[in-house]
Write a protein that binds this ligand. Structure first.
Ligand code: NAD
Length: 269
């Protein structure tokens, strides 16, 4: 850890952005399951689905109300969760660094925002579980889920009254969760593609935490930051491909985000 702190301090002395790239592992200690554990599985009829099968446009086309039920249940879990020490440390770091700071997050749970990270410097590149948009893309706008949409428990179906609320306010067609599915692509308007690339290309320091490197834009962020000469640090409880890249740069820490981030940030501000 001493070597990593020294590498971060020297990176902070350079011009350039200071970026935290966060994944599901950062919210794991708030009680929100990642997609990897057994607790993420979901039963529809007699079949058990893995989250990576359900979080797809193909699944939504085939069984939209089952996919909605899964998201409304996950939203319940997110609502009941509280930000943890990792989210709080990132707020302290943001306040210390100001305009040079950014959080690029794969998490849809809103915990960075609820902890106090400012919207202007927080980029949820996989969407937000509290928002919906038109399933037919009649307009790119996003809307908060209507007030009357209930907090569903595990296994609870979406009833007729709730279905009537989950419609596009513009065209009246079906609405969908505002999340990026595994068979969809990034764009700037909804998922901060260009912003993330721009920040990464101008990074002095990139700390990646709680992600298993399975998605495309995080790979681009890490690759562009490495190409820009940024110092890269990886925080994760397990080995992962970003750890290998970080090991050749700032270093990789094998520990939980809620323990490592507060220690790192306290040493740096
Ligand atoms: P992921 O690919 O980001 O994998 C989770 C990673 O976190 C793993 O590498 C694991 O080793 C690590 N990890 C677990 N606990 C940790 C801890 N306490 N500290 C540090 N690292 C820890 O995420 P995923 O679960 O495969 O999800 C893929 C996508 O699905 C996400 O990018 C997101 O869009 C969505 N998702 C979001 C949430 C959320 O909003 N909280 C949760 C699950 C999935």
């Amino acid at each position: 850890m001493e070597r990593i702190i020294a590498a971060c301090k020297s990176a902070l002395a350079n011009d350039g952005y200071v970026i935290a790239l966060t994944g599901a592992g950062v919210s794991a200690e708030s009680g929100i399951p990642t997609f990897r554990g057994k607790e993420g599985y979901w039963t529809v009829g007699s079949r058990e689905y893995h989250p990576q099968e359900l979080a797809t446009h193909a699944a939504f086309q085939q069984m939209p109300w089952d996919v909605w039920a899964w998201y409304l249940y996950r939203r319940t879990v997110c609502r009941r969760a509280e930000p943890n020490a990792a989210h709080e440390a990132l707020v302290r770091w943001d306040r210390a660094v100001g305009d040079r700071f950014a959080v690029i997050t794969q998490n849809v749970d809103g915990l960075h925002r609820r902890a106090g990270s400012p919207d202007a410097r927080t980029f949820p590149i996989h969407g937000d579980i509290e928002l919906m948009r038109c399933a037919n893309d009649c307009v790119p706008d996003r809307w908060p889920l209507p007030e009357g949409v209930p907090l569903l428990e595990k296994g609870q179906a979406v009833d007729e009254a709730t279905r009537a609320l989950l419609v596009c306010p513009r065209c009246g067609g079906m609405a969908r969760p505002h999340v990026l599915w595994f068979d969809e692509s990034y764009d700037e308007a909804r998922f901060f593609l260009d912003t993330s690339r721009r920040l990464a290309s101008g990074a002095a320091l990139l700390v990646v935490a709680g992600t298993s490197a399975q998605t495309n834009l995080p790979w681009q962020v890490v690759t562009l930051a490495a190409r820009a000469g940024a110092t890269i640090v990886d925080i994760n409880v397990e080995e992962n491909p970003f750890g290998e890249i970080a090991a050749q740069s700032g270093g990789a820490v094998r520990g939980s985000a809620a323990q490592v981030f507060p220690a790192l940030v306290s040493a740096l501000i």
